[in-house]
Design a protein around this ligand. Structure first.
Ligand SMILES: NC(=O)c1ccc[n+]([C@@H]2O[C@H](COP(=O)([O-])OP(=O)(O)OC[C@H]3O[C@@H](n4cnc5c(N)ncnc54)[C@H](O)[C@@H]3O)[C@@H](O)[C@H]2O)c1
Length: 314
């Protein structure tokens, strides 16, 4: 008996690659993708797909029953930059979707749940360098407030109802297969597209804004490794810090110049600068290393090479 998995929000930046990797691992028929819109061709053609609204409890329950699902990955959310424009919609989507899947697990309709948190749970009063797992958390964005609240509810459902919910505070994720969905770290993906198309890029963050980042392959590996870990080894019931690499727009531009020597960058910070300024620059993930053997593989140089090669071969 293999796992039967449902991914909600499967057509987004993380969901697409996560779905394809899980289909390889568990078999195409055992991984049901769902979203409020259709995804890319590969996602749609490799296994079951359902149109599903993450805020509709009954619709999720029907699909869980129909496919006899036992694990859910909830990837639907409104991300940081977009949620600043639509605060109430962001709050409602991020919280209602989480309650729906937590309640399914509480009622024993599924046995395990993955829900992503973010470095956005931290705020301007958090120590910026090597941010610890447990520290001051006073997020100042709608998105960060929703993720921090979500973490508290995950821990609550774990303690009160024995729900097996696992979570990672993803840093900014960098990928070439699927476009990012409205976050503050999107610049680090756009820069590669424009480096190849126009040999120049105008960054919406200032040159010295250091943020924690991670190549998508590492993020998918971390997610699957956490879900595979023995429950007893997991000491964090809210969400694990996950550090990858930390770099500034200037540093990523230098890394790209090693491959595209005439690449030019300039800077025109917009409203996203204030969001970035409230977040950590680097993350201490020693608890993830200790509990489930986490170690990232991609540094800035290796990621730059993988991004440029990946985009050229698309
Ligand atoms: N990408 C990052 O850098 C990053 C960093 C930290 C945390 N996260 C978290 O990871 C998760 C996935 O992020 P992502 O980057 O893939 O986001 P994304 O915006 O690329 O994808 C989200 C998907 O959810 C779908 N969706 C939106 N509303 C929905 C609804 N009501 N019902 C069903 N689906 C709906 C969208 O159509 C989209 O395909 C989110 O919880 C996000 O907060 C992402």
């Amino acid at each position: 008996m293999g796992n039967k998995i449902l991914i909600i929000g499967a057509c987004g930046q993380i969901g697409t690659e996560l779905t394809l990797t899980l289909r390889e691992k568990f078999g195409n028929e055992n991984v049901v993708a769902s979203d409020i819109r259709e995804g890319n061709e590969q996602l749609m053609q490799t296994g079951p797909f359902e149109i599903l609204d993450a805020t509709n409890y009954k619709a999720i329950e029907d699909i869980v029953m129909h496919y006899e699902i036992d694990e859910v990955y909830l990837m639907a959310a409104m991300l940081s930059a977009t949620a600043e424009k639509f605060p109430m919609r962001g709050w409602e989507l991020n919280m209602n979707s989480l309650f729906n899947v937590l309640n399914l697990a509480k009622d024993k309709k599924i046995s395990k749940l993955f829900w992503p948190s973010s470095i956005a749970v931290f705020g301007p009063t958090t120590p910026k360098l090597n941010t610890p797992q447990t520290t001051v958390m006073e997020p100042t964005t709608v998105y960060g407030i929703s993720k921090q609240t979500g973490e508290r509810w995950c821990e609550y459902y774990h303690e009160k109802y024995g729900v097996d919910v696992r979570s990672i505070r993803y840093p900014g994720l960098i990928s070439y297969k699927t476009a990012p969905g409205g976050g503050t770290t999107d610049y680090a993906v756009e820069i590669f597209h424009e480096a190849l198309n126009k040999q120049s890029y105008t960054s919406f963050l200032s040159e010295d804004t250091a943020l924690p980042m991670m190549f998508m392959d590492d993020a998918i590996e971390a997610t699957i490794r956490l879900m595979d870990a023995d429950k007893e080894s997991l000491s964090i019931k809210s969400s694990y810090n996950l550090g990858g690499i930390s770099f500034t727009p200037k540093e990523i531009a230098e890394s790209i110049k090693k491959h595209i020597p005439n690449f030019k960058i300039d800077y025109a910070p917009d409203f996203r600068q204030a969001i970035a300024d409230s977040w950590p620059s680097s993350i201490d993930d020693s608890q993830a290393q200790k509990d489930w053997g986490w170690k990232h593989q991609f540094d800035l140089g290796k990621m730059t090479k993988a991004m440029l090669e990946g985009l050229r071969n698309l």
